[in-house]
Design a protein around this ligand. Structure first.
Ligand code: GLU
Length: 369
């Protein structure tokens, strides 16, 4: 299973004003066990601002965003240093990736970030993601890591997103004010009532409250990912969740990941543009579920940029599929008919062997398109 785990500042500090090493080592241990059990783990971690604040001796907090950005700039390296050491205990190499909303909105940057993260997983590295706070101003900020973690879950096609917080889940009322509040263990769909339950509850150390978590749940479940909110100090919480135990609040997906990916692929379809392929490629794509390689391409029609979606047309003129193209039209025109090993030689660079990867293809039933 591919799991994205989000750790909020409140979990990392465990009720104190400092990064709480014992809590962090406990979570690193659980994540390492999940990896050893064969799961792909991606960590989205807050705590940069707090780590910077701690390093500078807890200066008075200022209102300007730039002050917070400076604290994050001090703290991010410190945070990664700690993670590096903790995961070292379990012999798990880690990688830092700092994202902004702009990286996820732009399709080419999205593809690049996705490729890097998936490669990290493939080579056994645990990616640790945070917002690039030092440079992210309003227009390009995600702003809270709950939302960022839902976007990341979508980016890496995760089955499960776990948001660990200082609160055990979603309650029927605010548990700090109402002792009769009940934990809701299962949410079938994020509705207005669910938002109403979230109220304005939140802790003062992190950025997100319950509201941003519900927003994240809406994003994640629409993209086909299950999301769970649970308490970070619950013993072995990650191991128990991965084993299927009910802990915290589970939000069920309302769409499949495949449907959501198809919608995303089709969202940037360029009309009046296509790639014409030979009979061998038609066979490979439709019968064997292969990716489209340059060798099977005979002609390029129209203009598109890398990351846009174009039709694939068979020799009889039928569109057989649509796919997100890893190369711009002018690049495909240059490499068409060539062997994959020649891509780099012809273009001087390569975005990979596949012109259209099979995971990025939506097949048409006959006469569609
Ligand atoms: N990126 C911020 C940090 O590292 C946290 C944002 C959040 O917790 O939502 O401190």
């Amino acid at each position: 299973m591919r799991i994205v785990i989000k750790l909020g500042t409140s979990v990392l500090t465990d009720g104190t004003d400092r990064l709480h090493r014992p809590r962090m080592v406990d979570l690193a241990r659980q994540m390492s066990h999940l990896r050893a059990a064969g799961h792909d783990v991606v960590l989205v971690s807050s705590g940069a601002v707090l780590a910077g604040w701690e390093r500078l001796g807890f200066p008075k907090r200022r209102r300007e965003l730039t002050h917070k950005q400076a604290l994050a700039a001090v703290g991010q390296g410190r945070l990664m240093h700690i993670y590096g050491q903790l995961f070292e205990i379990y012999d798990v190499p880690v990688a830092q990736t700092l994202l902004t909303r702009a990286d996820l909105r732009d399709r080419v940057r999205y593809l690049n970030a996705r490729a890097t993260l998936l490669t990290c997983l493939e080579i056994g590295v645990l990616p640790i993601i945070n917002e690039n706070d030092a440079v992210a101003v309003d227009e390009i900020r995600v702003g809270d890591n709950d939302t960022l973690s839902a976007l990341v879950a979508n980016l890496v096609d995760a089955q499960l997103l776990v948001i660990l917080s200082d609160i055990a889940g979603l309650y029927s009322a605010d548990p700090r004010q109402n002792p009769a509040a009940q934990l809701i263990d299962d949410v079938a769909a994020v509705t207005e009532q669910v938002y109403a339950l979230a109220g304005a509850a939140g802790s003062h150390r992190g950025t997100g409250g319950m509201f941003t978590k519900i927003q994240a749940a809406e994003l994640a479940t629409r993209a086909g990912t299950t999301m769970i909110i649970a308490a970070g100090n619950e013993p072995d919480v990650l191991l128990r969740l991965a084993a299927g135990e009910s802990v915290g609040t589970r939000f069920r997906p309302v769409s499949t990941r495949l449907e959501s990916r198809k919608r995303w692929i089709m969202a940037e379809r360029v009309r009046q543009a296509h790639i014409a392929v030979d009979a061998g490629a038609v066979q490979a794509l439709t019968q064997q579920g292969r990716s489209l390689l340059p060798a099977g391409i005979v002609a390029v029609e129209g203009e598109w940029r890398r990351g846009q979606t174009v039709a694939i047309v068979a020799p009889d003129g039928q569109a057989i599929a649509c796919g997100l193209c890893q190369y711009a039209a002018h690049e495909v025109a240059q490499i068409k008919g060539s062997r994959t090993s020649d891509i780099e030689h012809i273009l001087g660079y390569s975005y990979g062997d596949e012109v259209i990867h099979r995971d990025d293809m939506v097949a048409f039933v006959k006469d569609e398109g």
